[in-house]
Design a protein around this ligand. Structure first.
Ligand code: HEC
Length: 132
C-alpha cells in the first residue's frame, strides 16, 4: 500500500521535476552542499577566495552578505546576480568560479559545477534566495 502511494506520487511529481517548474529549491539541502564541495576550500574565511574578494560561503548569512563590494545575489533575479553569472560561464573565464582555466589565479584547483547544480542555484535565486 505504502509503496503504491509512493509510486503514484512520483508519477505525478516527475513531470514537474523534469521541467523544474514547481520544485522549491532548498538552501540547506540543495545549495549549501554544492558550495561546501566546490567553493569553501577557497571561500571559508581563510582561503585565497575569501581573502581576495571578502566572500565567505560557509553560511546563508555570509552567502547573502557578499564580497567586500557588496551583495552578489539579487533575490528573484539570477541574471543580475554576480554569483550566478560567475558559476554559469556568463563572465570571462578569467573570473569564472570556481577558477579552472589556465588564466585563473588558482590553476587547476577548482572543479566546474555540474549543469544540474548550476540550475539548482539559479532556481534558488529566482525563487527568492530563501533561507530554507
Ligand atoms: C581555487 C580557489 C577558489 C574556488 C574553488 C572558488 N573561488 Fe571564488 N574566488 C577565488 C578568488 C581568488 C577570488 C578573487 C578573484 C579576484 O579578485 O580577482 C574569488 C572571487 C569570487 C567572487 C567575487 C567575484 C567578483 O567579480 O566580485 C565570487 C562571487 C565567487 N568567488 C564565488 C565562488 C563560488 C560560488 C565558488 C564555488 C562554486 C567559488 N567562488 C570557488 C577563488 C576561488
Amino acid at each position: 500500500m505504502r509503496s503504491s502511494v509512493l509510486i503514484i506520487g512520483l508519477a505525478i511529481a516527475a513531470p514537474f521535476i523534469s521541467t523544474g517548474c514547481s520544485k522549491q529549491v532548498s538552501f540547506s539541502a540543495d545549495v549549501q552542499p554544492v558550495l561546501n564541495e566546490y567553493c569553501i576550500m577557497c571561500h571559508d574565511g581563510k582561503g585565497e577566495g575569501s581573502e581576495k574578494s571578502g566572500y565567505i560561503l560557509t553560511s546563508y548569512t555570509d552567502v547573502m552578505t557578499g564580497t567586500k563590494f557588496g551583495p552578489v545575489i539579487v533575490p528573484g533575479d539570477s541574471e543580475s546576480s554576480t554569483l550566478y553569472r560567475v558559476i554559469s560561464g556568463k563572465v570571462s573565464p578569467k573570473i569564472g568560479m570556481p577558477p579552472t582555466g589556465p588564466a585563473s589565479l588558482a590553476i587547476g584547483r577548482g572543479h566546474e559545477l555540474k549543469p544540474g547544480q548550476i540550475t539548482a542555484i539559479q532556481k534558488w535565486i529566482d525563487q527568492g534566495a530563501l533561507n530554507n
